[in-house]
Structures are given as structure tokens and as C-alpha cells.
Design a protein around this ligand. Structure first.
Ligand SMILES: Nc1nc2c(ncn2[C@@H]2O[C@H](COP(=O)(O)OP(=O)(O)OP(=O)(O)O)[C@@H](O)[C@H]2O)c(=O)[nH]1
Ligand SMILES: [Mg+2]
Length: 207
């Protein structure tokens, strides 16, 4: 089936809440899907691809822009099944060096509060830039997600930047690094991977 004409239809997607203070996080919402990854990895762009909205999650050229936890409420329908309501959560990027120490601490506290807030009923989408090695920070997040009970799906981002011949190597490398998690190659720029990603997320969310 051609990309963009797949069976996953987003009937409605809207911004619902921004949180900057760990104490202001809402209790776990039904069917929460968090999107997490290094700063600038392409989280907001991939959310926009999944939701088929051009600028719902803001994307920025300057990394480290999303320093809040942003919630979106989404109604998703798979083919002719009954639509379901999801809560998609854009988490602040980790590993951005050029923040002040206090801002880094605040972001870490926010991310930590989210990851340890009893939300493991939900699923996580962890992003890795296909051109980068999996780093200690990524492994640390992976462990924290698993420890909290999140079912994790891994997306390699910006796959348009790699020649087709090199893509299979990325999939193999990430599958070895994230044992047990499905790995999907994606590009928000070229609209690659949307249907495959939704199928894996559907399973992870036990829809
Ligand atoms: N070539 C290419 N560039 C992309 C892709 N996805 C995102 N980008 C670019 O990567 C940069 C960061 O994208 P964002 O979606 O803002 O990344 P983010 O992870 O939300 O960043 P922060 O919220 O700042 O942590 C932007 O310049 C995007 O245009 C992609 O699939 N292909
Ligand atoms: Mg972002």
C-alpha cells in the first residue's frame, strides 16, 4: 500500500496541555503514547507525520526548543474499526548541551517525573537518528522505560539522509541495541514508515 494512503486515519488531533513543572503533570491518561529521544532527533516532525498535521507539534531548526511536556488528544481509526482516543505526549529532548545548568536540571526533573510517574500502562516511541550511534543517554532512557513498564517501539529517524543500500544496516544495528523492541525506519521528510509505525504502536498500546 503506498505511503500516506494507509489504513490508519487520524480523525481528530488537537493540542491539549503543556506542562513545565514536574508537579503539574496530570495523572496517567488513557492510552498514553510518549515520544522520547535526544534533542533534535525529529520527535515533533515524526509526531506531525503520524498525526498528518503539518505543524501541530512544533518543529524547530534550533535544537532544544521543546522543553515542555506537550499533550495531544487524538482520535485514531484503523480501517473500519471503531475509532479510539489516544493521548500522544511530546517529551522534552534529552542530551542538549547548550542549555544552562539550571535549565538542564529542570528538563531532567520533568523527564524523570514523567518516566517514573506510574504511566507504564502506556507505550513509548523512542527515536534514534539513523546516522548516530546509540549512546549512553539513549540506553539509560531505554532502561528507564522498560523499568517503568512501557512497551517500547524504536524509530530510526531521518532515514532519507542515508542511501538505500545502508538502511538495512541501521535496522540491524538498532535491533541489536534494543533487544525485543520493534524497529521501524522512518523519514518525516519523505513520509516513510508511517503505516508500519502505527501498526507497531497499535500493538504496543494493546488497541
Ligand atoms: N532530513 C530530515 N530532516 C528532518 C527529519 N525530521 C526532522 N528533521 C529536521 O530535524 C530538525 C529537528 O526536528 P524536530 O522535529 O524539531 O526535532 P525534535 O526532536 O522535536 O527537537 P527538540 O524538540 O528541539 O528536541 C529540524 O530541522 C527538522 O526539519 C527527516 O525525516 N528528515
Ligand atoms: Mg520537538
Amino acid at each position: 500500500m503506498p505511503e500516506g494512503r494507509d489504513q490508519f486515519v487520524v480523525e481528530d488531533a488537537r493540542f491539549s496541555l503543556s506542562v513545565g513543572d514536574p508537579r503539574a503533570l496530570p495523572p496517567p491518561l488513557p492510552r498514553e503514547l510518549c515520544v522520547v529521544g535526544r534533542s533534535n532527533v525529529g520527535k515533533s516532525s515524526l509526531i506531525n507525520l503520524l498525526l498528518e498535521r503539518r505543524e501541530l507539534a512544533r518543529t524547530a531548526r534550533a535544537p532544544g526548543r521543546t522543553r515542555l511536556v506537550n499533550f495531544f488528544s487524538v482520535r485514531l481509526r484503523r480501517a473500519r474499526l471503531r475509532p479510539c482516543e489516544l493521548n500522544v505526549v511530546d517529551l522534552p529532548g534529552y542530551g542538549f548541551a547548550r542549555l544552562s545548568a539550571s535549565e538542564q536540571r529542570r528538563v531532567e526533573a520533568l523527564l524523570g517525573a514523567y518516566l517514573s510517574g506510574g504511566r507504564g500502562q502506556g507505550a513509548a516511541l523512542q527515536l534514534i537518528d539513523c546516522r548516530r550511534q546509540v549512546e549512553e543517554l539513549d540506553v539509560d532512557i531505554q532502561r528507564r522505560l522498560a523499568g517503568a513498564g512501557f512497551a517500547t517501539v524504536v524509530a530510526a529517524t531521518k532515514i532519507d539522509k542515508l542511501a538505500k543500500s545502508r538502511r538495512v544496516g541501521v535496522a540491524r544495528r538498532l535491533s541489536a541495541a534494543f533487544v525485543g523492541a520493534p524497529v521501524v525506519l522512518t523519514s518525516a521528510a519523505d513520509r516513510i514508515g508511517r503505516a508500519e509505525l502505527w501498526s507497531e504502536l497499535w500493538r504496543a498500546l494493546r488497541l
